[in-house]
Every structure is written in structure tokens, then in C-alpha cells.
Design a protein around this ligand. Structure first.
Ligand SMILES: O=P(O)(O)OC[C@@H](O)[C@@H](O)c1c[nH]c2ccccc12
Length: 261
């Protein structure tokens, strides 16, 4: 069984929800990557999403864009990230999902990419600019290496499409909870809860909410209706500021002792 499925199974047995932090690889230098993964695992991450910086990040909001620019400026490459992840895998046991746009995969070479990330101990891949209609380009190569393609659905996806996408899916379904780009939002539209309920009804795989989540209140609002949350901009910001205490307390929101419901 893939590490991702395994960890969702364990969570379910413990009646817990997933907390999935996102970090930008190379922000602050690639040599902090392993240490950051260790810290996030220690603070209770279920799984970690590792972003590959890219010059044209169409879905990224300002905080993640800035982190990407910092990472590119210090010379971070996909090759370097994969090498660092391979080293990290010796000391980190949570599942790792690589988030990258399609272009860096293309220039790396699709089959080499799939092989190299699998050898580095990566478990899944999120490719936000790869529509389901085009995924045959790459999904076979990923699956051959045991890498799960994590698919996204959004508030504007019709329910039939959500059904189709979630039925193809392995790992978990990334449910985008805002219309727009990544980044903290103060409040969610009421339609988000309704949307999550609908997605939960049709999806055979765990449903994880992401985009715009930055507070304990939001997490408590959403988690009764999904299997966990992804938090990007807030985590990237705390790490950039070096606020490790803030990170630890924010990540304790879904710890078992606080998660009695
Ligand atoms: O930053 P937010 O609003 O917490 O959203 C998560 C997000 O950052 C992360 O999953 C992500 C970063 N860039 C993306 C591009 C597409 C989809 C997802 C992402």
C-alpha cells in the first residue's frame, strides 16, 4: 500500500483529520529542506506538500509567489530538490507529495521525472495545470513508479465531473475551497461547506480542503465536512519569518487532544 493511503487509513482508525502543510522547496536555501520536513513531521503533519518553484505560477497567490521567487533567486532547481528529498527520505517518514506545474516536468523529461522522484521516496504529485483530459500524458509513467497523481476539483466543477475525477483518483482529492489563487482569506462563503458535503458524498477517496485556510476557526469550520486540510501561505509565511513557536501552536489545532468531536 502506498504511504498516502496508509496514513489516511491510520487517521481514519484514530478518528482524526489530516493536516497537510505546504512548503516551497528552496525558500531560504535548499539546505533547510530536510530540517523543515523533520520539523513539520514532529509538529504532526499527516503528509507534506513540497512545492517546486516556477517562473510562471498561475495558481499561486502573493505569499507563495514571493517564496518561489526567493527560491529561484538562490538557484533552486528541480534536480536539486529531488536530490535533497532523497536525503531527507532517510530521516523523514511522512508521505511527501511534490507540487509542480507541468513545464518543469517536461523540461526534466517525463519518465526520468517519474523514476527519479520515486527513487527519492516521493509518494504523490500535484500538477495544477494538468487537466484531467490531458493526464494520459503523464499518469501512466507516474503509476508505473507507484506515484499517485493527486487530482484537484474546484467550487465551479459540476458534480458529474467531481464524481469522475474522484473515481479516477488515488490518495486523496484536493478540493479547492475558493474561486481564485492561493492565499489566506478571512472567511469562507457558506457555499464551501455545502460544496464539501457534496464532494464527500460522491468521492470514494479522502477529501481534503485547501486554499485560503489560515486560522483555527476556519479549520474547525471545515474539518467536520472533509477528511483534512492543506495549509500553504500561512505555513510559508511562518517559516519565512522563522516563527517556529507560531508554527507549532498553529499545527496543534488538529492534534488528538484538541480534536475531540
Ligand atoms: O496557500 P493556501 O491558500 O493555503 O493554499 C494551499 C496551497 O498554497 C498549496 O497547496 C499550493 C501552492 N501552489 C499551488 C498551486 C495550485 C494548487 C495548490 C497549490
Amino acid at each position: 500500500m502506498n504511504r498516502i493511503e496508509q496514513s489516511f487509513k491510520e487517521l481514519k482508525n484514530q478518528e482524526r483529520k489530516a493536516f497537510i502543510p505546504y512548503i516551497m522547496a528552496g525558500d531560504g536555501g535548499l539546505n533547510n529542506l530536510t530540517e523543515r520536513l523533520i520539523t513539520l513531521e514532529k509538529f504532526g503533519a499527516t503528509l507534506i506538500e513540497v512545492g517546486v518553484p516556477f517562473s510562471d505560477p498561475v495558481a499561486d497567490g502573493p505569499i507563495i509567489q514571493q517564496a518561489g521567487i526567493r527560491a529561484l533567486q538562490n538557484g533552486t532547481t528541480l534536480r536539486g530538490i529531488i536530490a535533497e528529498l532523497a536525503k531527507a527520505r532517510e530521516v523523514v517518514s511522512v508521505p511527501i507529495v511534490l507540487m509542480t506545474y507541468l513545464n518543469p516536468i517536461y523540461s526534466y523529461g517525463i519518465s526520468k521525472f517519474a523514476q527519479d522522484i520515486a527513487n527519492a521516496g516521493v509518494d504523490g504529485c500535484i500538477i495544477p495545470d494538468l487537466p484531467v483530459e490531458e493526464e494520459d500524458l503523464i499518469v501512466g509513467e507516474l503509476e508505473d513508479e507507484g506515484i499517485e497523481l493527486i487530482r484537484l476539483v474546484t467550487l465551479t466543477s459540476p458534480i458529474d465531473r467531481i464524481k469522475e475525477i474522484s473515481n479516477r483518483g488515488k490518495g486523496f482529492l484536493y478540493t479547492v475551497t475558493v474561486k481564485g489563487i492561493t492565499g489566506a482569506r478571512k472567511e469562507f462563503a457558506q457555499e464551501v461547506v455545502e460544496f464539501l458535503k457534496k464532494v464527500k458524498e460522491v468521492s470514494p477517496i479522502p477529501v481534503v480542503a485547501g486554499f485560503g485556510i489560515s486560522s483555527e476557526k476556519q479549520i474547525n469550520e471545515l474539518t467536520p465536512h472533509c477528511d483534512g486540510v492543506i495549509v500553504g501561505s500561512k505555513i510559508v509565511d511562518l517559516l519565512h519569518k522563522g516563527d517556529i513557536n507560531g508554527l507549532e501552536s498553529f499545527m496543534s489545532v488538529l492534534k488528538p487532544e484538541k480534536n475531540i468531536r
